[in-house]
Design a binder for this molecule. Structure first.
Ligand SMILES: NC(=O)c1ccc[n+]([C@@H]2O[C@H](COP(=O)([O-])OP(=O)(O)OC[C@H]3O[C@@H](n4cnc5c(N)ncnc54)[C@H](OP(=O)(O)O)[C@@H]3O)[C@@H](O)[C@H]2O)c1
Length: 260
């Protein structure tokens, strides 16, 4: 059975992808840690849209979680033809004072789990010569961001990695897309312990972000920024040296995170 696997499907952008794709007839495999939320969402989508929905409650930062998830889909004869690597979190603050374990966990989730799942399911897609991989990156990845250093760097990795493997896999009928949302209304800012969103006024809804991705899937594009303002800012970073960007952003945020 063909299915779309979505990580981080228990809330926010991942949940919105699940709702949209179920409505379009995709069978689903939903992944996150919150078992009850996944069960409820699966039950709702199965009843509403007559699709199949599996869920796997797993912490993707745990050792070999990607292997466990892959083996689970193999055991159930699920052919993952769309993979949406969406699970991720951020942090904000003076890097030297942030909790090291949390920063490393972020790298485990935002980068290592994404790379591992991409590698495992890509092998199967290559055999079938078809597949779609959608990696949820961020507009934060277009430049280094002081006081959000690890998060911005993880998303820079995700965009760069996605664009590179998109080209490698183009001859095999596999599309890889980096989706780069800007500030979006989800639990993300609370989970990152950001006392307020960086760009509260311009926040997009999760449906806006999913719509951006769905418009581009199948077009051959390898990267898309969600939201016109976010696109303008992301594009402008190509013309301004990082040293100027970091100095300006550092100046704006230093007062909040490096009080004497
Ligand atoms: N919101 C924004 O402003 C924004 C902007 C740009 C990019 N993004 C990106 O969008 C993606 C989705 O975030 P969101 O905004 O929708 O935030 P969210 O509502 O907090 O969703 C994060 C999802 O990831 C899951 N998750 C977190 N840690 C996990 C772990 N260790 N193992 C497995 N699943 C885990 C969460 O579920 P459980 O807690 O149940 O595990 C949840 O389903 C992230 O990659 C984020 O970086 C967000």
């Amino acid at each position: 059975m063909k299915a779309t696997l979505i990580t981080g499907a228990s809330s926010g952008i991942g949940e919105a992808f699940a709702r949209r794709l179920a409505a379009e007839g995709h069978n689903l495999v939903l992944v996150a840690r919150s078992e009850n939320k996944l069960r409820e969402l699966c039950d709702e989508l199965k009843n509403k849209h007559n699709v199949t929905c599996h869920f796997v409650a797993v912490d993707l930062t745990e050792f070999e979680a990607d292997k466990q998830l892959f083996e689970e889909t193999e055991k159930n004869d699920i052919e993952v033809d769309w993979l949406i690597n969406n699970a991720g979190f951020g942090s904000m603050g003076d890097f030297a004072k942030l909790e090291l374990d949390r920063e490393l966990q972020m790298i485990d989730l935002n980068i290592s789990a994404l790379v591992a799942l991409t590698h495992r399911y890509l092998a199967k897609m290559r055999e079938r010569k078809s597949g779609t991989i959608l990696n949820v990156s961020s507009a934060a990845g277009f430049q280094p961001i002081p006081f959000m250093a690890t998060y911005a760097a993880t998303k820079s990795f995700v965009t760069s990695f996605s664009e590179a493997i998109a080209e490698e896999n183009r001859p095999f009928g596999i599309q890889v897309l980096a989706l780069c949302p800007g500030s979006t209304e989800t639990n993300f800012h609370a989970a990152a312990k950001m006392d307020r969103a960086l760009n509260v006024k311009g926040q997009e809804t999760v449906e806006d972000v999913v719509e951006t991705a769905m418009k581009v899937v199948g077009s051959g594009r390898t990267k898309v920024v969600s939201g016109w303002t976010n696109w303008v800012v992301a594009t402008a970073t190509n013309f301004v040296p990082n040293s100027l960007i970091t100095r300006a952003m550092g100046k704006g945020l230093r007062g909040r995170f490096q009080k004497e």
